[in-house]
Design a protein around this ligand. Structure first.
Ligand SMILES: *Cc1c(COP(=O)(O)O)cnc(C)c1O
Length: 427
């Protein structure tokens, strides 16, 4: 074999599309696109990234090593990616009114890990929300790194109101005197008073970390009380209401910046994902537009309408409703468990997740509730009228009397509804 032929064969493979090189994998991606198109996506932590974000995320920036930070790298050839990262940082700062931003965390959990790593010594005390009341794994679950390395104590929701009880949190903080207080949740349907959390933290000499993973889009749009001024640290994912790539960000006060940057690199991570940082830059630009703000308002309006429909149909919602993008349905009184409801809704083409409700008697693999959110369907174009149809389908599917024939009919209704809202028509 001569060298020239070998080289050109390599070149052909290098330039061939995925569908040719790996039809098996390409087929799976097509299957997933079809699934996303043909189901009503109500998982509260999901969204559809825009075409611009997808393009940046799949760009050639994936090729570049850039350990370090702009103008202080451990690799050559970083002049362009320096600009990309600086653009992401500046846009994020102006979007949230932040003093300092680190755009390198690979995920929300990595962002939280970096704050703990920067701020705490092993075994230090932290006060955070209970997982089964709406907190997150990285807020001290026993088998998570957070629960293994640090001493997490939990506050929960009030049994009567299903809401945070700030006086009780203050009492716990005074008793525990933690080094750090964590505010923020994965399944809390109400606004959180971050200014009150900051007062509580200041009163006991603790720092405040706000994890705004779920509500970052609402915050960017000015539709949720601001966590950035009161929080010493604010962490977030970028793929939930913010609608960016699957990733994370840390915002902090200037005097904490050095510690955070060192914790991310070289503390926890090696090279940053420059293609994902570029996608975050695109996401922050889009999140500053009027269209984005309107969409976040519609997300809240859609959640309110869906909540009303479900309640009118006899379903109990934790805290009696919602004022953000999600709601938590407690199905105890209708005699369906969370896992049963998740499966039943999947059969009619609606995707949700089972979720513990506060003071749940069922184990986390079963649960008594489901969490429903409107970010993804709102991005897709649903408004109040569509939410009413979705609500009716959910109520009918969860009815104990639903027959197989009715379920089939409901699946058809879902398909008909979705047909009016094409997803990624360019793909
Ligand atoms: C989703 C979420 C995270 C974690 O995000 P990953 O990117 O999945 O690691 C962290 N905190 C809260 C409150 C979340 O809801």
């Amino acid at each position: 074999m001569n060298d020239q032929r070998t080289e050109s064969k390599t070149q052909i493979e290098f330039l061939a599309p995925l569908a040719e090189v790996d039809p098996e994998l390409a087929g799976l991606i097509t299957d997933e696109l079809r699934r996303q198109r043909q189901t009503v996506e109500l998982i509260a932590s999901e969204n559809f990234a825009s075409r611009a974000v997808l393009e940046a995320a799949s760009s050639i920036l994936t090729n570049k090593y850039a350990e370090g930070y702009p103008q202080a790298r451990y690799y050559g050839g970083c002049e362009v990616v320096d600009e990309v990262e600086s653009l992401a940082i500046e846009r994020c700062k102006s979007l949230f009114g932040a003093e300092h931003v680190n755009v390198q965390p690979h995920s929300g959990s990595s962002a939280n890990q970096a704050v703990y790593f920067a701020d705490l010594a092993l075994g230090d005390s932290v006060l955070a929300m209970k997982l089964d009341h709406g907190g997150h794994l990285s807020h001290g679950l026993k088998v998570n790194f957070s629960g293994r390395f640090y001493h997490f104590h939990n506050y929960g929701l009030d049994r009567e109101t299903g809401r945070l009880d700030y006086d009780e949190i203050e009492r716990q903080a005074k008793e525990l005197r933690p080094k750090l207080i964590v505010a923020g949740a994965s399944a809390y349907p109400r606004q959180i008073d971050f200014a009150r959390f900051a007062d509580i933290a200041r009163g006991v000499g603790a720092r405040l970390m706000v994890d705004m993973a779920h509500i970052a889009g609402l915050v960017a749009a000015g539709l949720h009380p601001d966590p950035v001024a009161p929080g010493d640290y604010v962490t977030t994912t970028t793929h939930k209401t913010l609608a960016g790539p699957r990733s994370g960000v840390i915002i902090c006060k200037e005097q904490l910046a050095k510690g955070i940057d060192k914790a991310i690199f070289p503390g926890l991570q090696g090279g940053p994902l420059m293609h994902i940082i570029a996608a975050k830059a695109a996401c922050f630009r889009l999140a500053g537009t009027d269209e984005f703000r309107d969409r976040q308002q519609q997300t809240i309006d859609n959640a309110a309408r869906l909540a009303q429909c479900l309640q009118d149909g006899g379903i109990n919602l934790v805290s009696g409703g919602t004022d953000n993008h999600l709601m938590l349905a407690d199905l105890t009184n209708i005699g369906v468990t969370g896992i049963e409801a998740e499966n039943r809704l999947e059969e009619v083409g609606i995707t949700v997740n089972k979720n513990s409700v506060p003071y749940d008697d069922q184990p986390p693999t079963v649960t008594s509730g489901i969490r429903l959110g409107t970010p993804a369907v709102t991005t897709r174009g649903f408004r109040e009228a569509e939410m009413e149809q979705v609500g009716e389908i959910i109520l009918a599917a969860l009815s104990p009397h639903a027959t197989a024939a009715e379920i089939k009919l409901l699946r058809q209704k879902t398909s008909d509804l979705l047909a009016g809202f094409p997803l990624y028509p360019h793909l």
